[in-house]
Design a protein around this ligand. Structure first.
Ligand code: ZN
Length: 380
């Protein structure tokens, strides 16, 4: 096995502090605190019991009085309280926001790259789980699609909730991501309780609704785009506000009827092997996807590329190449020097020996979500 020379490089990093993603309006009041509604528990003090409901001369030894939908109080013959119990879990608020895109499989075709910043202090950022999948003052949820080619195929944006289209903007192009501060294409929809949502970075000339239209949840509105200050990676920025302007975090307030694939540990969104000549390998990996090549010649150098979501500082991506004779070659690993919501990376190796080589990915000591892939090498 004569594979000794390994060279690697990091090409694009998008850290927790770097992003650009505006909405149609960015001047809404955000100072109103979120107040959690308490729910009764079994430790409810007896002093709070409504004594008027304790009826004497009851026929049974133990009586149950429903105090609230969630609390059950058991009494004995002497009307002494035997037990106070919560009869069911705390009521969830209604799940009113459906997935606002139709983009395929989460984690494969799309992922949530940024959540609402739940930390209101300037300079601090934390998502609804206390994690780094947000950035300072981000008021919406970013649904990233694969790349610009995916955008061009047309990824529908759907109404997350029924309402009325009250404002929209179109005409901004999807390829001018250097144009700082540009307006983005957006739709604003109001809901029946006065709350409203922005759908932003929309694809130019793809609107299928007009101001004044009423829409039902799930109705197509437009296509995912890359207009405005979108950081270049096509995505939908979805942002909800209460009637008073307060930012609503649909996950933090348990209002979404879909589960986000939150990266409790990093996952590979896309990975593959490409040939050196692939124009996207060193051009713009964040916005394009190299062509995965499964077969190489003995003279070709395989370039392994990765798109990773949710790498925390210290996480290590490892790549093992298992050659046809069983010898294992570990490529240089990448250790995150900070938290990265998403990161793009390329490493390359010397030409592979003839036969089938297996590539395995690990994060730290755990095999990564995409498992492994096989590469074939033939020699003439
Ligand atoms: Zn955003």
């Amino acid at each position: 096995m004569a594979v000794t020379k390994k060279i690697f490089l990091i090409i694009i990093l998008l850290g927790s502090g770097l992003s650009a993603c505006g909405s149609g309006e960015a001047k809404l009041a955000t100072a109103v605190p979120i107040v959690a509604t308490p729910f009764p528990t079994a430790t409810l003090p007896t002093a709070t019991l409504p004594t008027a409901t304790l009826v004497k001369n009851r026929p049974t030894a133990v009586t149950t009085i429903l105090l609230t939908p969630n609390v059950e109080i058991s009494l004995d013959d002497d009307l002494e309280i035997v037990e106070i119990t919560a009869t069911k879990p705390p009521t969830r608020p209604p799940l009113i926001y459906r997935l606002p895109i139709e983009a395929g499989q989460q984690g494969v075709d799309w992922f949530i790259g940024s959540y609402v910043d739940a930390e209101k202090a300037d300079g601090d950022a934390a998502d609804f789980r206390g994690g780094f999948m947000t950035y300072d003052w981000h008021k919406g949820t970013d649904f990233f699609i694969r790349d610009l080619d995916h955008m061009e195929t047309g990824v529908p944006v759907l109404a997350a909730r029924s309402g009325t289209v009250v404002e929209l903007h179109d005409g901004e192009n999807d390829y001018d991501w250097e144009g700082k501060g540009r307006q983005n294409n957006f739709i604003k929809i109001t809901h029946d309780d006065g709350s409203f949502a922005f759908y932003s970075h929309l694809k130019r000339d793809s609107l299928v609704v007009r101001v004044g239209d009423t829409v039902a949840a799930g109705d197509p509105l437009v296509l995912v785009g890359n207009s405005g200050l979108s950081s270049g990676h096509p995505h939908l920025h979805f942002e909800v506000h209460a009637a008073n302007g307060r930012t609503i975090d649909i996950f933090g307030e348990n209002l979404a009827d879909f589960e986000p694939l939150y990266p409790d540990k990093p996952f590979i969104f896309a990975a593959g092997a490409a040939q050196r000549e692939d124009p996207h390998l060193f051009g713009d990996l964040s916005r394009y996807t190299p062509t995965h090549t499964a077969a190489f010649s003995c003279a070709e150098t395989p370039y392994f590329w990765y798109k990773i979501v949710g790498m925390a500082q210290g996480d290590r991506l490892r790549t093992l190449v298992i050659y046809p004779d069983g010898v294992v070659n570990e490529l240089p690993s990448f250790v995150a020097d900070q938290d990265y919501r998403f990161i793009y990376w390329v490493v390359y190796d010397a030409p592979l020996p003839p036969g089938t080589s297996i590539i395995r990915y690990f994060f730290n000591d755990d095999i990564a979500n995409v498992g492994e892939m096989a590469l074939w090498t033939t020699c003439e």
